[in-house]
Design a binder for this molecule. Sequence first.
Ligand code: PMT
Length: 398
Amino acid sequence: MNHLHGKKILIGITGSIAAYKIASLVRLFKKAGAEVRVIMTPAATAFITPLTLSTLSGNDVLTAVIDTDNWNNHVELGLWADAYIIAPATANTIAKMANGQCDNLLLAAYLSARCPVYVAPAMDLDMYAHPTTRTNLERLESFGHRIIPAEEGELASGLIGQGRMAEPEHIFDFIEETFRSGGSLAGKNILMTAGPTYEPIDPVRFIGNRSSGKMGMALAEAAANRGANVSLVLGPSAQDSRHPNVTIYRVQTAQEMHEQATALFPECDAAILAAAVADYRPKTAADKKIKKQNNNLTIELVENPDIAQTLGKMKKANQRLVGFALETNDEIANARKKIQKKNFDFIVLNSLKDKNAGFNFDTNKITIIHSDNNTQEFELKSKKKVAEDIIEVLVGIL
Ligand code: PMT
């Protein structure tokens, strides 16, 4: 089935040598039966003529908010599109998008767009690797936009490295794939827990752990990118999201996380529990800072509620529950026990034995174990990619 047939594709071209390749991209979309409209920045017109693109797209190409005798309605363009693809996207345009600047029609349409936005960067390798560009691209991702990574190869400067705009066929495949799978969680409510919990000892000290919340945030955004409404119950963490489909509930302790998660779960289609929840908390938290004493200090701990187990008991036939297991030994056997005990549909195992996996890293290495004991092993990947793998498996059982 052709998922692009009849779709309205808006392409925004900025001033890069890769602009000439957009002629092929327009043809690919037209061949797939999509309707295509093109906006160019003034700089882009130096690299390919509007006439070429209007001929190929079958529509006038717009280059300015005000033409000689026309006001081009950026709001109408932004609302018309089913997808807005900024390709090639220069470092300059990416920086402006990340900061809400709006000095041309392409950017005005971007700020007015309600559809998914895709960005295919093109620039020299040092510009692409520059921390400012990386931060700006991360910012765009946090808005829910999809970045189509630049590819390796010879650059216009003669240098060789990453920075070439993805080939038109790859951009086309990327968009087609997101139209195929992109709405697969539309209308679904997904609960996530993430991050550590802090269990207070006194006003200045707590029992916590090394979870950063990165894995849970990657999961929240991966599900949101597929159209889910995500409620993320997040322990103390520096992570944040500006994704319009992600609502963050910030909590501190396991009891607060338990209360928030159990309140949200009845309205949810699934829950993914990536939080590293403290199993125990101090029986009492001192109301004043505990002073140093000459002898040992004993803190009595009491058991915390097990959020996963509570949700496992609440779970209805049409709901799915996914757990995590962080293990240091007998990984598979321990993870399997948790599937039974907590009524998970599948569990995501990560081990502290694996290099660059688990707490705080930007990468993770997981094994998914299903309730029927089937297992799927994955390579070490970025937490973002790991999250996409997990969401793909969830989509399969929803
Ligand atoms: O946050 P990052 O730095 O990115 O690191 C990610 C991670 C390593 C924290 C994450 O990938 C992970 O493994 N999370 C689960 C860690 C854990 O506490 O596992 P567990 O084996 O103790 O718990 C099993 C499951 O029960 C988990 O889904 C946990 O969220 C849940 N649980 C545990 C105890 C409790 N009181 N309530 C729970 O819901």
